[in-house]
Design a protein. Sequence first.
Length: 363
Amino acid sequence: MNIFENFLDLFLEVWNKGILGVDIFQILIGLAIFLIFLLFRGLISKVIIRRLEKLTKKTSNKLDDTFVQAMEGPARFLPIVIGFFIASYYLDFSPESQKFITNVNKTLITILIFWLMHQFIQPVSYLLGGLEKVLSRELIGWIIKALKILIFILGAAAVLELWGIKIGPIIAGLGLFGVAVALGAQDLFKNLISGILVLVEKRFKVGEWIIVENVIEGIVENIGFRSTAVRKFDKSLAIIPNFQFAENAVINVSATTNWRISWIITLQYNTTIEQLKNIRDEIEKYITSNKDYKISDNTEHAVRVDKFSDSSIDMYVRCFTVTDDWSEWLKVKERLALVIKEIVEKNNASFAFPSQSIYVEKK
């Protein structure tokens, strides 16, 4: 009997003392309260959020859809914060334990607040999308990422302060470390600043065809903090440091409004004046009467006998196409080349090629 009595006494002592000065019965009540709020969290996720999503899909405005999606995470976290607070408020902790539980509650509330701020950036980014005429889409993306990182850092600092961890010495240490890193990472910062300049000045956007002489030619796929990904026409992917776009001239082919054809046609020296005039007039007539070419003051065409070269009479041909599609431009260019060859042959003239006469002196 003594053994059972001792066991019962020990059991009651543990039951009454419990954990952190709270008896087991109170802990079970607290857990029950917390579980109720966990169930309520599931209710928010499956019923309230889903109902709101259905309502927002019926509207033509995308802002409300973005807002509901962004707030789903914090909304599901809110019952956990409230449940833990009510459960801990019901329990009777010792003074030492109460301080710890209070810090836990403050930490959960701080996380909730900064999470809300972090998620609220998503709807704000949707609103900023209307500023694409002023700011490029990539620059807006950078701003959003920077804001999210800033909020995360501030939230982490706030949590550390709650637990008595001073962030001042940490910041000072990071500052010294940052100076050391900056000295050894000058190229990184140079590329970062160059990338910002590319976006602010709108030199090119994702999806555009660019040419940087002796560096790269291709379609821009991504503009990053340090580098830009360009897909070359052989389908290989090139990662180019951003400073290359700041220090070199960038030709944005996609931004071309007037696609030009500019040729020098070389004719033999035995071509007569009449043949030259006929060839000139027929080429000009083809260009001016064809719907493939722009004829205006801003896109002045030219077909003229240009100069006498070493082995040819040069005729200059310049015109601008209506299309700004590269593939179609090549087709128009090909048709013009075939027509010019046909006109030259019809007039019994011939193209010249580089030649050199050699005179042999007989003794």
